[in-house]
Design a protein around this ligand. Structure first.
Ligand code: G3P
Length: 228
């Protein structure tokens, strides 16, 4: 599936607020807003909900994680093939809450490409972003871990981390798209992220923990609608 940018990618993490039926409800809200506005909103539900959610919404659904093993005798592992069978368009990998080794990212990126799955590789610094971009994923997402879940947006608090990442990726592999994340909660934060050269944001708590999911998502995408 080709992703249309800008992309707002909502990671449900392991939050109870977005687990099971509530996870489907949140994905449905994202779908509704996306359909009404034309803005691409992707979701990364909990792995146990992946197939359940993907079967019922028509927006890009991502796995939060995948293992670097092929189908077979690997108890408790998640394969790219299973993620694809579940209806996901792609997978995140190397989130700071689920780090893996660089060689494992390499395997996943290569195998995902063969399977037609989109890869979103998370990174923590511009240097790691550069290293991951060299592996040729579709997207890298730069997220300074210290800002995750704080409500302090990376795009305003650490713009230099985002611009350094964007510059390095352009030099190493200009086909790789850059998202930024950590502390993103408002449309202003998204506008700042786009100004810094990203194609969107990866976020979690700003939406998942909001009292009104639809209001939170509509606020986030406002600058994208204004730009169009
Ligand atoms: O994957 C998104 C992420 O780690 C950022 O989390 O809660 O700061 O939006 P949050």
């Amino acid at each position: 599936m080709g992703i249309k940018y800008p992309l707002i990618l909502i990671n449900f993490k392991a939050y109870r607020e977005a687990s099971g039926r509530r996870g489907l409800e949140l994905a449905k809200v994202a779908e509704k807003v996306s359909k009404e506005t034309g803005v691409t909103i992707g979701v990364a539900p909990q792995l146990t909900d992946l197939a359940f959610v993907a079967a019922q919404v028509d927006i890009p659904v991502f796995s939060q994680h995948v293992d670097d093993v092929p189908p077979g005798s690997y108890t408790g592992h998640v394969t790219l093939e299973a993620v694809k069978d579940a209806g996901a368009v792609g997978t995140m990998i190397n989130h700071s809450e689920r780090r893996v080794r660089a060689d494992q990212v390499d395997v996943v990126v290569k195998r995902a490409r063969e399977l037609g799955l989109v890869t979103v590789v998370c990174t923590n610094t511009p240097e790691v972003t550069a290293a991951m971009a060299a592996l040729g994923p579709d997207i890298v997402a730069i997220e300074p871990p210290e800002l995750i879940g704080t409500g302090i947006p990376v795009s305003k608090a650490k713009p230099e981390v985002v611009t350094a990442s964007v510059d390095l990726v352009r030099r190493i592999n200009p086909n790789v798209k850059v998202l930024c994340g950590a502390g993103i909660t408002t449309g202003d934060d998204v506008a700042a992220a786009l100004r810094l050269g990203t194609v969107g944001v990866l976020l979690a708590s700003g939406v998942v923990k909001a009292k009104d999911w639809e209001k939170a998502i509509r606020d986030l995408i406002e600058p994208i609608i204004k730009r169009a």
